[in-house]
Design a protein around this ligand. Structure first.
Ligand code: GLC
Ligand code: CA
Length: 572
């Protein structure tokens, strides 16, 4: 059960004018009062095809999102980020885009997009859309044109075409492997090949081509003009490439011997020229449009993507990858606050998204579990301790919600939804399954359509079926069941977000480091303390009023695997 203070009303937060703490971040005076909305926002990721289905075809859609804005408002999020809703053959869940300035007819229309934005905005919720600039789909008009055009033509120059090895170009230009498995090169006849870092249906664009650059700026303006508030940038570290001859081998690419910023396609220094151009577009709006980079780069390289001259913010997946380790959390949190402070941005925190095993399940498994092998065993080996997983997931979520910076939530985590690990293989949609020669089940287990009601053909997702099969146990996680109980995970998320909104102040914290190593404890301006017990032995709670806890608290002791927020009374 979630405990709210029964000691009477809680005082309004006291904002600390002293701003103690090592990573002091002064917010630049905003040209527009809303310009900094993103700095400490709670952003809720929607995977549109699995959120809500308005017309019973089994596929989530934009009117479905509009119909569920009440859920998002009651949850208390500041913004939604929509994974791609553009026309797509779904070779990679929509990250294979046929047309960047339209809506997939199976999902809705541009008019329905506008209605959705208006409804979200009326509820005080901002809208972030996903931009996929590294590759188009193979059905994009440009790629169709490139296939019929001659080698060396302007149409082919928009992509990364190259002549193969051997007298007739019959072998690929290099032995590079695609991120989802197999070769990164696909032949198109005549000894010519094109590069695809992901699936063959996702040809990589040539970012040295000015027409490509101009078209993406146009796309950013297109959505900004429609009222979109910000952008999530897919694979932001891979756009620019050095394809000069001779190409290194895959082993050489991976050897790490290249100078920093000089890998052939990963995290090249000049990618930031692209983002400087985008910044001009963002800043031509009032308030400026925001962006967050998905950049899988070492922590010290992240700041470039997150700088105010660039995209402005970048995902930090460190806590997602940290396991259950208090000391590690402590170190990673401080490192990320320092990095964000140095580049004049705010940090981001995330535990789940559409690419990873849901965190309620990750924390249910022994430390070091090979998640791919676990999925391949249909979630049987090793056995998951679901109760522990949820307890730990709630604890780390409450910890991260107490931190300075932005929190990114993934649809369904507010229900404590576990991964659907036992999807039958014939239901799998993720290209990873086929591309890995059936050695990896992929990411469908976190993309199963949400349960809104405990009954009905797709648990209220729609009036008929769901495009990925939902297990019977989804009934107990349904939104309607949880909304009726004040001890549910949904009630806990709602309370946590409401309390965060009330308490969140200046972007600083002060560590309280005198406790045991597996207790992570810090105080925020205004006099509220978050304390997480990563151990099993109960520890004393700090003095003050209990605001919220991730698991039931008895008396003055914080149980193991639990986070609590405590607010000091004035003068404490
Ligand atoms: C990003 C997306 C992922 C997609 C990939 C290729 O990592 O999050 O879902 O498969 O890019 O676009
Ligand atoms: Ca639908």
């Amino acid at each position: 059960m979630t405990q709210l203070s029964d000691h009477g009303p809680i005082d309004p937060p006291l904002l600390d004018p002293e701003r103690t703490g090592p990573q002091q971040v002064d917010e630049a005076p905003a040209a527009h009062p809303d310009a900094s909305w993103w700095r400490q926002a709670v952003v809720y990721q929607i995977y549109p095809r699995s959120f809500a289905d308005s017309n019973g075809d089994g596929i989530g859609d934009l009117p479905g999102i509009t119909s569920r804005v009440g859920h998002l408002r009651d949850l208390g999020v500041d913004a939604v980020w929509l994974s791609p809703f553009y026309p797509s053959a779904l070779a990679d869940g929509g990250y294979d885009v046929d047309d960047y300035r339209d809506v997939d007819p199976k999902i809705g229309t541009l008019e329905q997009f506008d209605e959705m934005v208006a409804t979200l905005h009326a509820a005080g919720i901002r809208v972030v859309v996903d931009i996929v600039p590294n590759h188009t789909s193979n059905r994009h008009a440009w790629f169709t044109e490139a296939l019929t055009a001659a080698p060396g033509s302007p149409a082919r120059d928009r992509y990364v075409f190259m002549r193969g090895e051997g007298p007739d170009g019959e072998r690929p230009p290099s032995d590079w492997t695609a991120i989802f498995g197999g070769s990164a090169w696909e032949p198109v006849g005549g000894g010519e090949w094109y590069l695809h870092l992901f699936t063959p249906e996702q040809p990589d664009l040539n970012w040295a081509n000015e027409e490509v650059r101009a078209d993406f700026r146009r796309t950013l303006r297109f959505w900004s003009d429609r009222g979109v508030d910000g952008f999530r940038i897919d694979v932001a570290h891979a756009l620019t490439k050095d394809m000069s001859h001779p190409l290194p081998t895959q082993a050489e690419l991976e050897s790490g011997t290249h100078a920093e910023g000089q890998h052939r396609w990963e995290d090249r220094d000049e990618v930031h020229d692209v983002y400087r151009e985008w910044r001009e577009v963002f800043d031509s709006y009032d308030p400026p449009r925001t962006a967050v980079a998905e950049a899988w780069v070492p922590a010290h390289r992240r700041a470039r993507y997150a700088s105010p001259e660039g995209l402005g913010q970048a995902f930090n997946f460190d806590l997602l990858e940290a396991g259950w380790d208090g000391a590690r959390f402590r170190t990673l949190i401080q490192a990320n606050l320092d990095l964000a402070g140095e580049s004049g941005t705010s940090s981001t925190w995330v535990f789940s998204n559409h690419d990873v095993v849901r965190h309620a399940s990750r924390y249910a498994l022994p430390t070091g579990t090979d998640l791919k092998a676990w999925l391949l065993s249909d979630g049987r080996e090793p056995a998951a301790d679901a109760e522990r997983g949820l307890r730990r997931a709630r604890a780390v979520t409450l910890l991260a919600l107490a931190l300075p910076g932005s929190m990114y939530l993934y649809q369904g985590e507010e229900l404590g939804l576990p991964e659907v690990a036992d999807l039958p293989v014939d239901a799998l949609q993720d290209p990873v399954w086929a591309r890995s020669q059936h050695t990896e089940k992929g990411r469908d287990g976190c993309r199963v359509p949400l349960p809104w009601t405990s009954t009905g053909p797709s648990f209220g997702f729609g009036s008929a079926g769901a495009h990925l099969p939902q297990p019977a146990w989804f009934a107990e996680f349904a939104t309607d069941v949880q909304a009726a109980r004040d001890d549910s995970t949904l009630a806990f998320y709602r309370q946590a977000l409401a309390q965060r909104r009330r308490l969140q102040g200046t972007e600083t914290l002060t560590w309280d480091d005198d406790g045991p190593a597996d207790v992570v404890r810090f105080t925020r301006p205004g006099g509220w303390t978050s304390v997480t017990n990563f151990g099993d032995t109960p520890v004393p709670l700090p003095p003050g009023r209990l605001v919220i806890a991730s698991s039931p608290v008895e008396g003055d002791l914080l149980p193991g695997e639990t986070t609590a927020w405590v607010q000091q009374a004035p003068g404490d």
